[in-house]
Design a protein around this ligand. Structure first.
Ligand SMILES: Cc1ncc(COP(=O)(O)O)c(C=O)c1O
Length: 436
């Protein structure tokens, strides 16, 4: 019998744990190292979701372990109004990486960073209306949940007043097309903002966007889109908040995804990848916005704001990313992985689309290439077959789309591990297609 079935583990798990989302994996994760999670049988499972899209340095990276050990022995947590060296160092380092965004607040989670960003935008603009994409995910707390449309809207009462939505551009399933059939995202954006202007009561505060909508099915904002979106915001006196929870810190082949686009947001939120698996987030903004917020009495005071332990981890993450050239590596390894996924697309009819950049890639499963009919069930079977063979991948299911695999290994992944993952994917697709 597999040790993963241990009744002494599952009986209390099933009795005492609150079920907070999709079902739990049928393994007991005993430990993790590098690109692998090890189950109770000692079997290594390739982690192509980097934990919850966060472990950019892989699991239990020795530099992170050393930093946690060192900082824990020195100082981990402080009164929220007290500063320590790692906090100032991390703020300085982040500011140097994102010219124009020189003010930094260090927090804990992605949702929390978006709460702070939205709160700041409201205070500075005097507005309260917040626009987001219909396929967005910004977190499970108040304002962040109000701006999250990909899941979880039903059953929790009213969202914040003035929560508006526009469609994210989707080049595989375009809503507005040029004569050659390609996505006319500018027409779509113009149309969407016409509707925003009709709905707005004149109190627009912010647009919050992910540069690649991850939980929305790896929808990449095309080059030029972010600059156009920023112009739309400027025309209306609203701020553009970019949520780089998943795309920040090298994953897309740039330190921050927006840097590909030659623009700078008004507010940038970082989380997941910044702590490489530990709870660390940052809200970055301009001197002018911070000054105005300060003058108006900006308050976002939390228990773990400016905690030295996680700040020290953030400094180490940036050190390792720079020392090991992980931004360039994300680009190179991402190219290898994407090439492999494109080969799978040639081989298997059910692979409708391959998209994304760097090491944040998506593979959309359809049941018919012509009609692009969604293949949710087939996708779920592929995921199960992959897990059985030792590869963990995550699938997104959204209305109007096929099942989309989000493929995001650690930036430290090796070529051999990428090839191993691709081979398992191929076998899994083959096996699941046979069953269908
Ligand atoms: C883009 C994005 N923003 C925010 C969040 C929320 O982060 P957290 O779960 O740390 O609150 C997520 C989580 O998946 C995310 O993907």
């Amino acid at each position: 019998m597999s040790l993963n079935s241990d009744p002494a583990f599952w009986a209390p798990a099933n009795k005492h744990l609150t079920r907070y989302g999709p079902s739990f994996e049928a393994i007991i994760a005993e430990r993790a190292e590098g690109s692998f999670v090890y189950d109770a049988d000692g079997r290594g499972i390739l982690d192509f979701t980097s934990g919850q899209m966060s472990a950019v340095l892989g699991h239990t990276h020795p530099d992170i372990v050393a930093t946690v050990d060192r900082q824990m022995r020195s100082v981990a947590h402080l009164f929220s109004g007290m500063l320590s060296r790692p906090v100032v160092t991390l703020a300085e380092r982040l500011a140097a990486l994102a010219p124009g965004l020189e003010r930094v607040q260090l927090l804990t989670t992605g949702a929390e960073s978006n709460e702070a960003a939205i709160r700041m935008a409201k205070l500075v603009t005097g507005g309260h209306e917040v626009v987001a994409f219909a396929q967005s995910w910004h977190g499970m707390t108040g304002a962040a949940a109000s701006a999250t449309y990909s899941a979880g809207r039903r059953g929790y009462g009213p969202a914040a007043a003035g929560s508006f939505v526009i469609p994210a551009p989707n080049s595989y399933r375009p809503r507005f097309k040029h004569a050659d059939g390609s996505n006319d995202w500018q027409a779509e954006l113009d149309d969407a903002f016409e509707l925003i202007d009709r709905q707005s009561t004149g109190n627009l505060a912010a647009f919050i966007a992910e540069p690649i909508l991850s939980s929305g099915g790896i929808l990449e904002l095309p080059l030029g889109y972010l600059a156009a979106l920023k112009r739309k915001c400027e025309e209306r006196g609203m701020l553009l908040i970019l949520d780089e929870a998943q795309t920040g810190v090298g994953r897309t082949g740039h330190m921050f995804a927006f840097q590909r686009d030659g623009m700078t947001p008004d507010i940038l939120t970082l989380s997941k990848t910044l702590g490489a698996g530990l709870p660390l987030a940052a809200v970055m903004t301009t001197e002018a916005i911070e000054q105005k917020a300060f003058e108006r009495g900006f308050l976002f005071y939390t228990t773990h704001v400016s905690d030295p332990l996680t700040a020290a981890v953030g400094v180490t993450v940036l050190d390792v990313v720079a020392r090991d050239g992980l931004v360039a590596r994300a680009r190179e390894r991402g190219d290898r992985l994407k090439q492999g996924l494109l080969t799978l697309q040639q081989k298997y009819d059910c692979v409708g689309d391959v998209r994304g950049r760097g090491l944040l890639l998506g593979l959309e499963i359809v049941t018919d290439r012509q009609s692009k009919a969604p293949g949710f069930e087939l996708g779920a079977q592929i995921m199960d077959e992959a897990m059985r063979r030792g590869l963990s991948m995550n699938i997104v299911k959204l209305p109007g789309m096929g099942g989309v695999f989000r493929i995001a290994p650690p930036l430290t992944v090796s070529d051999a591990e990428i090839d191993q993952g691709l081979a398992i994917m191929s076998d899994a697709i083959e096996a699941a297609s046979r069953v269908q």
